[in-house]
Design a protein around this ligand. Structure first.
Ligand code: OAD
Length: 273
């Protein structure tokens, strides 16, 4: 790991990313903190004194589906009021300029990478799922607890009683949020794709993750084992910092636009994509 002066670190990170033929970007809750989405382990990570580990489990849903849906309904509402920030926007622009070369694996379920891609599309043809792996699922989807059918679902959740919770249009069983919970396996197709991208990448840009939750936290080491570099952006040191080629102490929205290799013509702000 090197921790050079900030200007030198930014220049080194930008050079590594510019030289890379393929890049995997791994993002966590920190990239969306600048959009107002609370992180899991930082301030605001608790809801009504529950830790995510208390509610994001199949056992919690089995025990009290109403409470779990109330939490997810609240999270949907919070995220619906949030906008992609300059970090999401610059990554989406970079992907658009280098189709197929910049892949994003996100642990976030907030949909802000997709929103930035769609809003930044000039011809309206951007497929927000291209080169994006949402390894922990999405807040804006639900899945039938009975027959397994999946639904895109942005609706407000009425969690006043069991009877008002969302139900499957096909078999009438209870729906559950289409996210990965503690103790559950990740969708094999999605996580295998992310590991393939990590192995193919010449650089892994890691933004805003505490790097504690595996298997996603293992992706950067796959890039490194295959000869690639790791660039980390985080205001705090993490378990990954010691293994990073460059580790930049800073917030995502302030730091990412200055290391993503885009022509510096217009300033990148969240609302001027
Ligand atoms: P965490 O809440 O564990 O970590 C957020 C990270 O973002 C920390 O390292 C912060 O230092 C950093 N951070 C805070 N503000 C930032 C900013 N403005 N810019 C950049 N970084 C900032 O979130 P994750 O690492 O994403 O899993 O958590 C990983 C997984 O744990 C989540 O996907 C979720 C959770 O349990 C599941 O729900 C399965």
């Amino acid at each position: 790991m090197t921790e050079p002066g900030l200007a030198a670190g930014l220049a080194r990170a930008r050079a590594l990313l510019a030289e890379a033929e393929r890049v995997l970007v791994l993002t966590g809750a920190g990239i969306s903190a600048d959009s107002g989405v609370p992180t899991f382990r930082g301030p605001g990570g608790l809801w009504k004194d529950f830790r995510p580990e208390d509610l994001a489990t199949p056992e919690a849903f089995e025990r009290d589906p109403r409470l779990v849906w109330e939490w997810y309904g609240w999270r949907r509402e919070v995220v619906s009021g949030c906008r992609p920030n300059a970090a999401h926007v610059s990554l989406a622009r970079w992907q658009a300029r280098a189709p197929g070369r910049i892949r994003i694996a996100t642990q976030n379920v907030d949909g802000l990478h997709s929103l930035a891609a769609v809003e930044g599309s000039t011809d309206g043809t951007t497929d927000p799922s291209a080169d994006l792996a949402e390894v922990h699922g999405t807040l804006f989807g639900s899945r039938c607890n009975g027959c397994g059918l999946r639904f895109t679902d942005r609706a407000t959740v009425d969690a006043t009683a069991i009877g008002t919770l969302p139900a499957c249009a096909s078999c009438d069983s209870l729906l559950r949020p289409d996210v990965v919970w503690y103790g559950e396996a990740l969708d094999p197709a999605v996580i295998e794709l992310a590991f393939r991208w990590a192995a193919e990448a010449d650089a892994c840009l890691v933004i805003g993750t505490s790097a504690l939750v595996h298997p996603a936290a293992s992706l950067p080491s796959v890039t490194r084992e295959n000869g690639g570099s790791i660039v980390e952006v985080n205001p705090e040191a993490t378990p990954l910092t010691a293994h990073a080629t460059v580790s930049l102490r800073g917030g995502a929205a302030a730091t990412v636009p200055s290391i993503v290799p885009l022509p510096r013509t217009t300033p990148i702000t969240a609302d001027s994509p």
